[in-house]
Design a protein around this ligand. Structure first.
Ligand code: FES
Length: 286
């Protein structure tokens, strides 16, 4: 009976150096998943819980894709799993779906969205753009990476109804520069106008995207990835400060108004945790 509730890995692919796509058989999660939500994964009996934002899902076939960067012990363990292996636990979908999922198709069509994904944060942007694309809403999408080798999900986005701008920090592929520079370029040089920006990536990237969009008074949603333990609002590990108020990313988020997030506090908490837990600690891979 134990075997039956395991979650099987249907596919595993190396997308970029140290970055893996893990496709997990999880029909119940796939059926309920909405853009913006996440899962908590436990690789085996000894592994920590890893919160990962859903990178894609197929309701009919019943799988969920995750993109994992092997950065700490838990994400390394997860990345070491292969096709046919089982995961001990796969909990979700967790968190509040993206705000725009509450809008009608007509309301959505009047909006102009700009999505910004940094590093493996490009992957969780995908189900959001897919959702809009399926409803006939065209979006602009910026995805940024260190260099050409690190680029992921480019082909996936090309299948959607969006204009895609790939950026690399070292200029080895696409636009030469950070995603923030591309945001400025689109707004200032190409005369683009947006109602909402959605940014997903490393905390530091989201902070600078928010500083940039503030200049244009552009409403910005970010997906926070603090340390999480229970994922149910009980432990307080994922607390973040939003407009001076304490919120739990796992139940109130993970998406928040980026202009209200105290990023410096969030990054300080992440660093403290790394220092305390050293090598056995949890890592979110972003
Ligand atoms: Fe425990 Fe959010 S992870 S309260």
């Amino acid at each position: 009976a134990w075997e039956e509730i395991m979650f099987k890995i249907l596919e595993k692919k190396n997308l970029a150096p140290n970055v893996f796509l893990v496709r997990v058989e999880a029909p119940r999660v796939a059926k309920a998943a909405q853009p913006g939500q996440f899962v908590i994964v436990i690789a085996d009996e000894h592994a920590e819980r890893v919160p990962l934002t859903i990178a894609n899902f197929d309701r009919e076939v019943g799988w969920v894709d995750l993109v994992v960067q092997a950065s700490g012990p838990s994400t390394k363990k997860l990345s070491a799993k292969n096709k046919g292996d089982n995961l001990k636990d796969f909990v979700g979908p967790l968190g509040v779906p993206s705000d725009f999922t509450e809008l009608s198709d007509d309301e959505l069509k009047k909006k102009k969205f700009l999505f910004v994904g940094g590093g493996i944060g490009a992957a969780p942007v995908y189900p959001q753009v897919r959702y809009l694309s399926e409803r006939g809403v065209h979006c602009d999408v910026i995805i940024g990476f260190k260099n050409k080798e690190a680029v992921i999900y480019e082909e996936n986005f090309k299948e959607l109804n969006c204009d895609l701008y790939v950026c690399t920090d070292d200029g080895s592929y696409g636009f030469d520069g950070m995603v923030t520079k591309k945001i400025e370029d689109l707004i200032e040089n190409e005369g683009k106008e947006y109602d909402t920006c959605v940014a997903i990536g490393p905390m530091i990237m989201m902070k600078f995207v928010c500083l940039t969009t503030k200049k244009y008074d552009l409403h910005t949603i970010v997906s926070l990835n603090p340390i999480m333990v229970d994922g149910t609002g009980m432990c307080g590990a994922c607390r973040v400060s939003i407009d001076g108020e304490t919120k739990f990313a796992c139940v109130h988020g993970p998406e928040f108004d980026g202009h209200k997030v105290d990023f410096d506090l969030a990054m300080k908490r992440q660093r403290q945790y790394v220092n305390v837990e050293k090598n056995k600690g949890q890592d979110t891979g972003r």
